[in-house]
Design a protein around this ligand. Structure first.
Ligand SMILES: NC(=O)c1ccc[n+]([C@@H]2O[C@H](COP(=O)([O-])OP(=O)(O)OC[C@H]3O[C@@H](n4cnc5c(N)ncnc54)[C@H](OP(=O)(O)O)[C@@H]3O)[C@@H](O)[C@H]2O)c1
Length: 280
């Protein structure tokens, strides 16, 4: 879980408070550690408490190594993004010294399966929409009010190439991420009169537990997704998130689409050596 992520301007994040959802693994965990290294304090949420505590320890260590002398507070709060009441009650559970959240990273999300329409499990449809869309919207509603009152804040939503380009076998996930894209776009427009930023990060292939979840625990099937190419890793996306969050206050990076160099769209990728034919 080591993360050496740092970026130019990261000093602007020292002393800020950042809430990361889905911080128990993958992109969320790497992002939390990167912010901690930059001197931010953190509120980490997800369903798995033990994993959150592990990320907390790594974040505390990164904060020490970052040696900014700022931040270093990390609070883990279990939260299921499907539970609307739990989201509603979240503000009451945040300790007073962390209540003024500066950056909200809406990262929690998941996909199940590659079934085509007609064959998709109805319960899994509910889980994907509740987590990726409805939970994200409810949590944003909670913080946007306060951001508007304070006239500061930054909402960073994890979209996906699946939110820009539909593909067969991804109907529900694509629909959820298109919803995130539309929601982010409307929010950006609504907040133009405020000093509140809205950014969407849309990754291509990132090797995390994402595909293991998609294939319901089948690691061999998940590994096949990345066979023959070098995918992004969680730290690559954390680096983008940190970069977006650490621009000067008047700069809003609204959209970031990030692929591995061997990917060009949701369905176009190159497996095997890259380079001119003679080098292959
Ligand atoms: N990996 C990719 O290729 C890729 C590409 C584009 C976009 N993304 C997006 O990036 C985000 C992070 O994914 P990842 O790649 O880091 O996947 P990951 O390693 O599987 O992590 C997913 C995170 O979401 C959390 N989560 C899932 N369901 C939740 C729920 N109901 N309530 C609260 N937290 C929940 C998980 O925590 P718990 O299980 O502990 O709750 C975990 O921390 C997602 O929004 C995903 O759609 C990923």
């Amino acid at each position: 879980m080591a993360s050496g992520v740092f970026s130019a301007g990261a000093a602007r994040l020292a002393g800020k408070t950042v809430l990361v959802t889905g911080a128990s693994g993958g992109i969320g965990a790497a992002t939390a550690i990167a912010f901690a290294r930059a001197g931010a304090s953190l509120i980490l949420t997800a369903r798995r408490q033990t994993q959150l505590e592990e990320v907390k320890q790594a974040a505390l260590q990164a904060n020490k190594e970052g040696a900014t002398g700022k931040g270093g507070r990390v609070e883990c709060l279990t939260l299921d993004m499907q539970d609307r009441n739990a989201i509603k009650g979240l503000l009451d559970r945040i300790p007073d010294d962390l209540k003024n959240v500066d950056v909200l990273v809406n990262n929690a999300g998941l996909v199940y399966g590659k079934e085509h329409v007609g064959e998709i499990d109805e319960d899994e449809i509910q889980v994907m929409f509740q987590t990726n869309v409805l939970g994200l919207i409810s949590l944003t509603q909670l913080f946007v009010k306060e951001f508007k009152q304070r006239n500061s804040g930054h909402i960073i939503n994890l979209g996906s190439i699946a939110g820009l380009e539909p593909y067969a076998g991804g109907s529900i996930y694509c629909a959820t991420k298109h919803a995130v894209n539309a929601f982010s776009g409307s929010l950006l427009r609504e907040l133009v009169g405020y000093n509140v930023r809205v950014s969407e990060i849309a990754p291509g292939m990132v090797e995390t537990s994402f595909s293991v979840t998609r294939f319901r625990g089948d690691k061999a099937a998940a590994d096949k997704v990345y066979e023959g190419l070098k995918p992004l890793v969680a730290e690559d996306i954390a680096e983008e998130i940190l970069w977006v969050a650490s621009r000067p206050e008047h700069v809003n990076v609204a959209d970031v689409l990030v692929f591995p160099s061997a990917q060009a769209s949701a369905t176009i990728n190159h497996r095997g050596p890259q380079g001119p034919p003679s080098s292959k």
